[in-house]
Design a protein around this ligand. Structure first.
Ligand code: IPE
Ligand code: IPE
Ligand code: MG
Length: 247
């Protein structure tokens, strides 16, 4: 099945219809662990492997950008032990995977307010973005302490300051002005959003950028989301008629 779909996808016509930018809300790690009688953190550990495989698959198919929601501004409300585990996991992953990401030509970026994160994690983030900034194999954005509303507040403040000091006229504010002040200013808007674990909501993710994104929700829990599942999402995307408000 996977091989067959992959063959379909790698024909010229289908490759032309691939999304340029895929965003993913990686949800269901806790439920995956619970189903197996494991602690929630085990689900996060497995989820990290899934993300690594998905990134590799995106590169193989020629998808330009993958954006993954790893930690929301609301996730600080989880038990302290789980939050601490996630922060340590992010840091360890960066240390462990940087070399391979460099070899694979991954251009790594973080979106979100990074300032409240542990100093040692911020240092790893700076190091990894610096080391991968010239890579063009695949663009990989990881959303950590990301919240769309927070992102918009920041954008409003920055734009307001420009207006206040006379650098920008209020009438000149356009969609582009706003897009340029978001964390995602360097990326195109996502073409496809995948959410795992069946929840039909955005949970404060990329509210501006997802205006015309095709949405795919699967009941599969994130640690179980494999290449076969991704093929299904891509197939579904290829069958959509993207009208952008036209006829
Ligand atoms: C997603 O899985 C990972 C993060 C939000 C960090 P969850 O931890 O939300 O898993 P569920 O939704 O509780 O199953
Ligand atoms: C969304 O998942 C955030 C991430 C995947 C990082 P949540 O599990 O936090 O979302 P809700 O609480 O179900 O809306
Ligand atoms: Mg969840």
């Amino acid at each position: 099945m996977t091989a067959q779909l992959l063959t379909n996808l790698t024909t010229k016509t289908n490759l032309a219809k691939l999304p340029r930018h895929v965003a993913v809300i990686m949800d269901g790690n806790g439920r995956w662990a619970k189903q197996r009688g494991l602690p929630r953190i085990e689900g996060h550990r497995r989820g990290a492997k899934t993300l690594k495989e998905m990134l590799r698959y995106c590169k193989k198919l020629g998808i330009e950008t993958l954006t993954a929601y790893a930690f929301s501004t609301e996730n600080w409300g989880r038990p302290q032990g789980e939050v601490n585990f996630l922060m340590t996991l992010f840091e360890r992953l960066l240390q462990k995977e940087l070399k391979e990401m460099e070899q694979e030509e991954v251009n790594l970026n973080f979106i979100g307010d990074l300032t409240p994160l542990p100093q040692s994690l911020q240092q790893e983030m700076r190091r990894s973005t610096e080391r991968t900034k010239n890579n063009r194999g695949v663009f990989f954005n990881v959303a950590i302490n990301y919240g769309s509303r927070h992102e918009m507040i920041n954008a409003c403040r920055a734009i307001a300051k420009k207006v206040q000091c006379g650098e920008l006229a209020a009438e000149a504010i356009s969609e582009d002005t706003i897009a340029q002040h978001l964390y995602t200013s360097a990326s195109s808007d996502p073409d496809l959003l995948i959410r795992t674990s069946g929840e039909m909501r955005l949970s404060n993710f990329m509210l501006w950028q997802l205006a015309y994104t095709e949405i795919y929700v699967t009941d599969t829990l994130w640690p179980d989301f494999d290449g076969k599942q991704f093929d299904r999402a891509l197939e579904s995307f290829q069958q959509r008629d993207r009208r952008f408000g036209k006829v």
